[in-house]
Design a protein around this ligand. Sequence first.
Ligand code: SF4
Length: 169
Amino acid sequence: MARIPDMTSDCASCAALCCIALAFDEGEDFAIDKPAGLPCPNLDPQLGCSLYNRLEQEGFKGCVVYECRGAGQRVTQELFKGDTWRNSPEITQSMMEAFATMRRVHDGIELLLAAERLDLPASLEAEREDLLEHFAPEDGWTLEELEAFPQTSAPKRLSAFLPQLRDFV
Ligand code: SF4
């Protein structure tokens, strides 16, 4: 049976993963360029944002609208037991990769939950439920399982499943 995780982002429980893992392009959404993997210069020592109350005014609208769907805190708390890349630099790469995969997993869960509202034929509904069990396993994820996930059949099956919903939207 699938276990749906909390998909509301909780920045206080996250190791600021979006603030290190994502790349920025200077422009309308970001005041600076930043490559993926480099911590944002606006991070404070506690991994809070020093611009938190004035992000838009300072040119960081992209941070205001970004939503990780709960992937960040899940990686930080469930997979790394609250550790951070700042305390343990050796886990930085692994944390960022886990964050990227968990975002994909949570995006998939959201799509599969949205599909529940459609009047699907039995075969598609069965595929939706089976996929949901792969994206939201009852026992959650270990780091090893999450790392292996992109190579499993589930992401490809989701890609094949979604276009089939067009007739039922
Ligand atoms: S500006 Fe603040 S919220 Fe945006 S990436 Fe930098 S530290 Fe994070």
